[in-house]
Write a protein that binds this ligand. Structure first.
Ligand SMILES: [Zn+2]
Length: 391
């Protein structure tokens, strides 16, 4: 891209983000926050107003003179689709620029063959947009979250044991069928992004999102950025805490997940001759005071806290966000988790730590996926610049 043009798109994202975070805000304040000249800003904001992404409000502190014109984000100026892909269904959400969900759809996934899943994805997006009666031209793109190791830059699913995929260029497959920019990422990363942009992680530069459910997920934000390592960072559930323990799905023994994950809780209950068909049944038994199940959940909580203590010592985060279906156990899980966390981490590192529990609603995963596209709009990086250019 021509350097002049690149600079313009970079500035545009900067301005848009400033208005999103601080709006309604005057042009003078945007100029102060972004370091742009008022002249440059006037041209940029005119374009954003014309595109319907922001609007002008005439109010605020008048101090006797003409009230200043404030700029605010137009949440309905554009839309994105988020989709959470699992082995048996796809959950879609259509959101506005504030990540408010304005349309939902769930489709069954009878097969996990990548081309078929991509086609189902395209059909779902089409239906969602049609049902919501928005203009398709206002759709910025599609974000997809899935379990597994994902190369976010290329949109390739490197490995997803749940779907049995290896090196599937899934973003491309969906892009070909929708003619929209498609972003693919690990589902826990998408959940972490939505917390960073719109949730408990706003204003926090170092935080961890920990999900508990079928497995254990970890999203890492360091220095304000999602940390991906070589692509697979966050496999916290496969931290070995008992080398003599059960053989895990990953092939190692005694992973954290074998103490906390849903299938493992069911298996450990069965070993005590307590057979539950679903994790919900097991959970209900525990809530009703079934002593062995209470102890099982408490032990899961303590194991989790032990693992998190290691993370706290290494990463020294300011905030931990807990999410996922496992939050259904509430304090039964969380209290022993906190005890083990504080007992096993350095108090200088954990004393200022904030803990936040997020009840996982149906929309959370799909909203997270939608935030993949929103972050592209609001941040300044090469990939987003390409996206904005093609709009
Ligand atoms: Zn494992």
């Amino acid at each position: 891209m021509h350097k002049q043009k690149l600079l313009k798109f970079q500035n545009r994202a900067l301005v848009l983000n400033s208005i999103r975070q601080h709006g309604p805000i005057s042009r003078v304040d945007v100029a102060r926050r972004t370091g742009l000249s008022v002249g440059a800003l006037t041209a940029l904001t005119r374009e954003l107003v014309e595109n319907g992404l922001i609007y002008e409000k005439q109010e605020g502190d008048s101090r006797g003179g003409r009230p200043p014109i404030l700029l605010a984000l137009q949440p309905e100026g554009a839309y994105v689709v988020g989709a959470k892909l699992t082995e048996d269904h796809i959950t879609f959400a259509l959101t506005n620029l504030d990540a408010d969900v304005i349309g939902r759809l769930t489709l069954e996934n009878p097969s996990v063959e990548p081309e078929e899943v991509a086609q189902r994805m395209a059909d779902g997006i089409h239906r969602l947009v049609a049902d919501s009666q928005i203009q398709r031209s206002r759709l910025l793109g599609v974000g997809i979250g899935m379990a597994g190791i994902v190369e976010a830059d290329t949109g390739v699913c490197v490995a997803s044991p749940i779907l049995g995929w290896e090196n599937v260029p899934f973003a491309d497959l969906v892009e070909q069928r929708t003619i929209l920019p498609v972003y693919l990422d690990n589902d826990v990363n998408t959940l972490t992004l939505v917390e960073k942009l719109y949730g408990a992680g706003v204003g926090s530069n170092h935080f961890l999102t920990i999900t508990v459910g079928r497995g254990i997920g970890l999203g890492i934000v360091v220095n304000g950025q999602l940390y991906r390592g070589m692509g697979g960072a966050g496999e916290f559930g496969h931290t070995v805490i008992d080398p003599q323990g059960y053989v895990c799905d990953c092939g190692k023994r005694g992973c954290l997940e074998t103490f906390v994950g849903d299938p493992w809780l069911l298996r450990r209950a069965a070993e005590q001759a307590l057979h539950y068909n679903t994790i919900e049944e097991l959970s209900t038994a525990a809530q009703n005071g079934q002593q062995q199940m209470v102890e099982l959940i408490q032990k899961a909580g303590a194991s989790l806290g032990y693992g998190i203590a290691i993370l706290v010592n290494i990463l020294n985060p300011q905030l931990l966000i807990f999410s996922g279906e496992g939050m259904r156990y509430g304090e039964m899980l969380l209290q022993p988790m906190r005890e083990a966390l504080y007992a096993n981490s350095m108090s200088a590192l954990s004393s200022g730590l904030k803990l936040h529990t997020e009840p996982l609603g149906d929309d959370a995963w799909a909203r997270g996926a939608a935030s993949l596209v929103l972050q592209e709009l609001f941040r300044t990086s090469q990939r987003e610049l390409d996206t904005v250019t093609s709009m």
